[in-house]
Ligand binder design. Structure first.
Ligand code: F6R
Length: 616
């Protein structure tokens, strides 16, 4: 969603903030702004549109100088995207500037109260209300000095209901930046005689790898030379300095035209990273360092509920098939946002497993907290090290996929599936999975990186197919068994980045209604590897052909029957059924990517979307 960067030190703040904003832009890109403390005056520049089309040219024609500043990229929650609604927002005096991620739920009530007291608002955002509230507190405290500012921020935060990651600066305090978090991440970056705040480490990794992840209700008082953290709800704050595990190069696009393509191409490596050190062929099992559960505790799990959102929810469906088949453990998959509010019964030995690339998705975090509140153990599979879900879960497994910048998730999905397969083997070996079968699956996992490379080598063929079909306005994606969730994911990728209407279904479900939509202009992508569902899926495919629907098949190399019934075929190497979702996903990612490019869409910044959805 939105992104925050702040700087305090000896260097010019504006270039650091602009560069940081560019690195954050994948999180939200409807507008951007910055405030820099010049000669005792806050200079604010903000503009609708992407950074290099709006804010950067504005700063070029109207420069700002100073060594203290804050910046923001916005993904609108309150109020349309426009210059006025962009952050930073100022208080009534114009001497306090605020950037904010999250949602202030009681902003309307606060706004009415402030309006009665004479406050005038320039925007329709909740953040401007927060800025005015801080300003009002500050004025009441005599309106000067560091202590007054920090206390005014704290008092305001005690009044607001909702979520925030925020940074505040004030024209009266040239050596002070205040940061705070509740429900929306904020990180302090530690440099030499300088500090940063950001909502996403990607923005600062070029400057420092030493960071502190703030916890909920933390308020940080930051100067160039030091920082202090207090907590609104506790006597002391828990401050730990961590090291970022990735580099500036990992977060750069390199030679690829888009981050999404780069991340698709990284998948042989990210699968290796997910497997590294986790395959125990001698014991015929997978091993993990961070589950924080004894063998006996793992053995006593009776049921797993997997909660996730979006692409991660599709991964959860694959997880259900894997764990039920390999470990014979009942699994239920929930949309995280439904799980939190529907009071689902959870039996004593039920464990919640959440899946999240970012580790910050508000819906998924709420599911995790709900399960913990109800006394259940909550595990997580997460990509971003140090993220809130990673820190709040009772144990878990990191994907180690490196930064995922493309808004449409690709490599993280495949990494999640890899980790879920390992987990299913691990749980299975404590139950009924034979050593031979476990080894067979582990060997299939080991073989994946080379097989993925073979699929990536078909990029040009897939690009040609995309050019053939890119004008279609409706698509179906169908699969059965393990490839049913893959079909859902293929449809989601296409709709997200190309804006083509696409539906994913179980191939068998079509005949119960959706087949009414099939005609000669509606192509169907069939994921039909030679697995246990092959004959049945082929029968479903015949029904689509009988209605003149064009068919693009993702099938197994050597399958002669498919070439006769499909208009076009993308071939996968022969594979073991439990790992088939990993490989079958990759051609669909490339297909969606090339269609979006052919339609002239902004692949890495699709309209209306943002990476890491930190509001509910
Ligand atoms: C789709 C996509 C989203 C995310 C979803 C959950 O390409 O990226 O659907 O999968 O917002 O995000 P995480 O996995 O970060 O919890």
């Amino acid at each position: 969603m939105c992104g925050i960067i702040g700087y305090i030190g000896k260097k010019a703040a504006a270039p650091i903030i602009l560069e940081g904003l560019r690195r954050l832009e994948y999180r939200g890109y409807d507008s951007a702004g910055l405030a820099v403390l010049g000669d005792s005056v806050l200079e604010v520049r903000k503009k609708l549109g992407k950074i290099d089309e709006g804010l950067a040219p504005l700063v070029k024609t109207s420069p700002v100088t100073g060594t203290l500043g804050i910046g923001h990229t916005r993904w609108a929650t309150h109020g349309v995207p426009c210059d006025e609604n962009s952050h930073p927002h100022l208080d009534a005096s114009g001497r306090i500037a605020v950037v904010h991620n999250g949602v202030i739920e009681n902003y309307d009530l606060l706004k009415q109260r402030l309006a009665k007291a004479g406050h005038k608002f320039k925007s329709t955002t909740d953040t401007e209300v927060l800025a005015h509230l801080i300003g009002e507190n500050y004025a009441k405290r005599g309106g000067s000095g560091k202590e007054a500012l920090v206390t005014s921020v704290m008092d305001a935060l005690r009044e607001v209901i909702g979520t925030y990651g925020l940074a505040v600066i004030c024209a009266d305090c040239p050596d002070l930046m205040v940061g705070a978090r509740r429900g929306s991440p904020l990180i302090i970056g530690i440099g030499k005689d300088e500090h940063y705040v950001t909502s996403d480490a990607n923005a600062i990794v070029a400057h420092t790898k030493k960071v502190v992840y703030l916890n909920d209700y933390d308020v940080a008082t930051i100067t160039a030379g030091s920082f202090e953290v207090s907590n609104l709800g506790a006597d002391t704050a828990n401050v730990q300095i961590s090291n970022l595990e990735f580099s500036q190069e990992d977060a750069a696009r390199g030679k690829h035209a888009h981050f999404m393509l780069k991340e698709i191409y990284e998948q042989p490596q990210t699968i290796l990273n997910a497997l590294r050190g986790r395959l125990d062929f001698e014991g015929a099992t997978a091993k993990f360092g961070g589950l924080n559960m004894s063998m006996a505790e793992l053995r006593s799990i009776d049921r797993i509920v997997i909660a996730a959102s979006g692409t991660s929810w599709h991964a959860a469906l694959v997880g259900e098939y894997l764990i039920e088949e390999l470990a014979q453990l009942p699994v239920e998959v929930e949309f995280a946002h439904e799980f939190c509010y529907r009071n689902a019964p959870l039996e004593k030995n039920t464990v919640l497993l959440v899946l999240s690339q970012s580790g910050e998705t508000a819906d998924t975090l709420a599911a995790l907290r709900e399960a913990k509140r109800r006394g259940h153990r909550a595990l997580a599979i997460v990509n971003v090290v140090g993220s809130t879900i990673a820190r709040e879960s009772d144990g878990g497994i990191y994907m180690h996929a490196g930064p995922e910048i493309g808004v449409a998730s690709t490599k993280a999905f495949v990494s999640t599936l890899t980790v879920l397969t390992l987990l299913a083997v691990h749980l299975g070996r404590m139950r009924m999975l034979s050593a031979n079968r476990a080894r067979e699956i582990m060997k299939a996992l080991e073989a994946l990186p080379k097989q993925v490379e073979k699929i990536l080598a078909q990029n040009e063929t897939i690009k040609k197919l995309a050019q053939k079909y890119h004008k279609a306005e409706d698509f179906f994606f169908l699969g059965r068994g393990y490839t049913f969730p893959v079909a859902l994911e293929g449809a989601l990728k296409l709709k997200e980045i190309s804006y083509i209407h696409a539906e994913g279904y179980s191939a068998a479900e079509m005949k119960h209604g959706p087949i009414a939509l099939i005609d000669a202009d509606t192509p169907t992508v069939f994921v039909v590897p030679q697995d246990s569902m092959y004959d049945k899926t082929m029968a479903n495919l015949a029904m689509i052909r009988a209605r003149k629907g064009p068919v693009i098949a993702v099938a197994t190399a050597g399958d002669k029957a498919i070439a006769k019934v499909a208009d076009d075929v993308i071939y996968l190497p022969p594979l073991l059924e439990p790992v088939s979702p990993i490989l079958a996903t990759i051609p669909l990612q490339l297909f969606a990517y090339h269609i979006a490019v052919a339609r002239g869409c902004d692949v890495d910044k699709p309209r209306n979307l943002a990476k890491s959805v930190t509001v509910q």
